[in-house]
Every structure is written in C-alpha cells, then in structure tokens.
Write a protein that binds this ligand. Structure first.
Ligand SMILES: CC(=O)CC(=O)SCCNC(=O)CCNC(=O)[C@H](O)C(C)(C)COP(=O)(O)OP(=O)(O)OC[C@H]1O[C@@H](n2cnc3c(N)ncnc32)[C@H](O)[C@@H]1OP(=O)(O)O
Length: 442
C-alpha cells in the first residue's frame, strides 16, 4: 500500500507590490533583490484577508476541484505561524467558513466529526502536520486527512526582512491513493533550540510610550505578527539544520548521495534563491570539494557544474516564489507546485521520478524526506494553472502597501472581492471581545 498526496490546491493573496517599487523607495539596488535574491513581486493581503481566509480558500478548493465529499475528511491539520489567536486554532476559523458554504449541498456542520488542530514550529509546522497525517493514514488506510499550510509573512517596515514578505496557503489531501506523489516513510530530522527568528510576547513599558494615557498599565505584553530576527544568523541555522537532517536521512536510509537520484530538490524558500544559495555546503561535502573559506564557497556556487545542477534540479521550484515571496509554512509546498506545474506546462513526464524535500523552521528544525511522482500526477496538476492565476492579482502602489501594512485602511482595495473575507472583529461585547467574523461573497 502507498501513502501520500492525493490532491493539492493553493491560494495566494489578491494583491501584490512590484519589488522594484519597494527597492526604489528604500534606496536598495533593484538588481540585488531581483538578481541576487530572485524577488520580482511580493504577494500582499487585502484588508479582508488573513491566514484564516487563505486557509479557507485552499481547503475549499481542494474539496471542490477534486470532487471530495467533505464528510470523508477525518482530520484537518493546519501548519501556521500566523495564528490569529493563542488558544482557538486558525484551522477552526477556516473549517467554519468552508462548512457554511457547503451547508446547502451537505447539510450543516459537515466537519462535526473532523479532528481539527493547528501545528506550530515556524515555517516547518505544515511539514510536521504532513508527517503526522501520513502516520494517521498509514494507521487508518481508509481515512483521508487534509493538511493546510497558511501564513502571512510580515516584517517591520524598512527592515531587511521587508523585501522577503509574502503569504498564502496550500492544502493537500493525504490518503492511501496518492495520485500526485507517494511519500516514503524515512524522515531525516535535526533540531536545535536557537533564537534566529521568533515571535515572542513583546514587552512594552509605559515610560517607553509617548503620550500614554493615565489609565495605561505600567507594563504590557503583546504578540505582534512581526518577528524578531537576525537574517544572516537565520541563514546559518538553516544551512546547519538541513545538513544535519540530510546526514540523518542518509544514515536511516543507508543511501549514498541521495540528492543525485532526486529529479527536483524542494526547499523551504524564504525567498526564491535561498535553496540554491545554501545547498552549496551539502553539495561540496558530497563531492569532496573544499568549502572552508568564503572564496572556496563562492567558487563552488559559481562553478559550471553547480550552475547546471541548479538549472536541472532547483530552478523550476523557485519560479512561484519569485512572484509571491515568503509563504512561511506554505513555501515548501508552493515550491513543489511550482516545479510540477512547470514540468506539466513543458509536457515533461515525471511519473516514477524521485523528489527530495528539505524543510526548515526557525527556532529550529529541519526535516528531509523523499517521495515518488505518481502515474496520475497530471490529472492533479491540470487543475492548478498556477502561473496564469498569478496574473489575476491586483497591483498596488507603494503608498497603498504602506497603509495596508500599518493597518490604516478600513475598506478593502478590492471591495467587490469574491470568496472568503473578514467582516468584523468584535470590540465591545466583553465575552466576545476579539472574536473574528467571516463571510463568503459570491
Ligand atoms: C524566515 C523563514 O522563512 C525561515 C528561514 O528560512 S530563515 C533563513 C532566511 N531568513 C529570512 O528570510 C529572514 C528575513 N530576511 C532577511 O533577514 C534578509 O532579507 C536575508 C537574510 C534573507 C537576506 O539578507 P541581505 O543582507 O539582504 O542579502 P545577502 O545575504 O547579502 O544576499 C544578497 C545577494 O544579492 C547579491 N547582490 C547584491 N547586489 C547585487 C547586484 N547589484 N546584482 C546582483 N546581485 C547582487 C549578493 O551577491 C548576494 O548574493 P550571493 O551571496 O548569492 O552572491
């Protein structure tokens, strides 16, 4: 019996900012962002969009596009680091939105007996949800699970993370009928607790605030959606963890140079070129190349062999990321869709090919695993039209972007949007304060 991904759908924010507009306003050379990091457009949520609406859209689409009976879904596990609540899972919001739309066709509360939860470990939370859900269907081969990766990657304005913002969601159906990709049960894992990128409760003191009202408490703790991070250190942690997880994968499988058998290497992509920039270390170790000094590292990265390797095994997975930006938990899944969509468009046959995955979550953990593309993969991929659908987004100018970022807009940029949207947040009623209400616009 085989297990893996039966179907997959995605949702990207409806707005985007051209990276060259951001570069110009921030006084950064556009070539650094475009040619150095591979960034072209940055997906950005409209006023009514958040991690819950992204998740609901992806969940709705995976059910609808592949004619799934929602009552057959036994669990919905959602990986996110953009949770809207520290207790009530974002998955519960997404589930409720989708349930409402299916009410007419399937009756009320289609997910009444569905196990719904969030998993959080920065960008690797949805890989954890995938790992967990695969174990679940292995133990219960007649059941189906949906894994959703959904996030809004937001950084402080004018910070070095600003140009790596983005967002969106991918939902995958996990079952014993893996029409897209069969996932093997070998998991290389590496974990170390570090502070490379995290979202702590921020502490504010009254004395730090100008014009704080008399009634303001002396000290408050709040969560913000903008991380505390050290960019270059986070790159180093990523590189160290994937090396360790890759070594662990080799140890448990007994394989020599597994990456050579992989048609594509699918990375967590915080920005498009990250995977190819950090894999130089593993590549050097596997090929006996010296990798000590910065000059030696550059020489590997610029070598003809390495450039050919990137072109063959990584480049196609980067394309969607260049147009969307960081999707945190969803990035690795979108990198897979990007590579498969490109092969599909180029009429390439992938059935039977091995694919390697290198996931990373700050804080920090990596998982390395592999899968095999299924005979029916084109039947799944033909629903996506990924690159075409990215053309349907609305461009925003820099001023609108800053206002959205600062939450200064009351109304959506696309007021006549279709699909799921945040309608209101309860601010008055003391027993519902902070409750979020969503609806669906046809
Ligand atoms: C957050 C997560 O999702 C989890 C993770 O993966 S952690 C790892 C990633 N970390 C993050 O994404 C944190 C947020 N982002 C950041 O901190 C930063 O944007 C970053 C660390 C990702 C990049 O930092 P940076 O200082 O802006 O860029 P830098 O690392 O110097 O790289 C710039 C590249 O552009 C190249 N470049 C510069 N100017 C150029 C030009 N004019 N033309 C062409 N290339 C140029 C540089 O040579 C360099 O590329 P190479 O090293 O491959 O040669």
């Amino acid at each position: 019996m085989t297990f893996g991904i039966e179907a997959a759908s995605y949702y990207v924010p409806s707005l985007y900012l051209e990276i060259k507009d951001l570069a110009e306003k921030r006084g950064i050379e556009p070539a650094k962002l475009e040619k150095g990091l591979g960034l072209h457009k940055m997906g950005f949520p409209d006023v009514h969009e958040d991690a819950a609406t992204f998740a609901a859209e992806a969940l709705f689409r995976v059910i609808q596009d592949y004619n799934i009976n929602p009552k057959e879904i036994s669990r919905i596990y959602l990986g996110t680091e953009s949770a809207l609540d520290a207790a009530k899972p974002t998955a519960s919001y997404a589930m409720q939105m989708v349930e409402k739309v299916f009410e007419k066709e399937f009756g009320d509360r289609v997910f009444r007996n569905c196990d719904v939860v969030d998993m959080t470990f920065a960008c690797i939370g949805a890989v954890d949800a995938l790992h967990n859900s695969l174990d679940f269907v292995r133990a219960n081969p007649d059941k189906k699970a949906v894994v959703i990766a959904s996030d809004y990657a937001k950084y402080e304005l004018a910070s070095s993370g600003e140009y790596t913002q983005g967002g969106g969601a991918v939902a995958v159906l996990i079952s014993s009928k893996p029409d897209l990709i069969e996932i093997e049960n070998n998991w290389g894992v590496a974990t170390e607790s570090v502070f490379d990128f995290f979202k702590p409760r921020r502490h504010f003191k009254k004395e730090d605030l100008t014009n704080a009202p008399e009634s303001f408490p002396e000290k408050i703790e709040i969560f913000t959606d903008e991380p505390v991070f050290d960019g270059q250190y986070s790159n180093q942690c990523y590189q160290d963890r994937i090396r360790e997880a890759y070594d662990h994968y080799k140890e448990i499988t007994g394989l020599n140079k597994p990456y050579e058998n992989w048609k594509y290497l699918i990375f967590h992509l915080p920005y498009a070129f990250h995977g190819k920039r950090v894999f130089t270390e593993i590549y050097s170790l596997e090929n006996g190349l010296s990798y000590q000094t910065p000059e030696e590292q550059k020489a590997v990265a610029k070598s003809e062999e390495y450039l050919q390797f990137i072109n063959d095994k990584i480049e196609k997975s980067q394309r969607a990321s260049s147009e969307i930006g960081n999707m945190y938990t969803a990035s690795i899944f979108m990198a897979l869709l990007s590579a498969l969509q490109t092969s599909f468009n180029e009429n390439e046959e992938l059935a039977g090919q091995q694919i390697g995955f290198l996931g990373y979550g700050s804080g920090s953990k990596s998982k390395v695993f592999a899968g095999k593309v299924s005979e029916n993969w084109k039947k799944v991929a033909e629903k996506w039209n990924l690159f075409e659908s990215l053309k349907n987004r609305t461009a925003i100018d820099f001023e609108t972007y800053e206002k959205l970022h600062r939450k200064q807009l009351q109304n959506s940029v696309n007021e006549n949007y279709k699909g799921f949207g945040l309608k209101s947040v309860e601010l008055e009623n003391p027993v519902l304060k902070g409750a979020r209400y969503y609806d669906y616009q046809k």
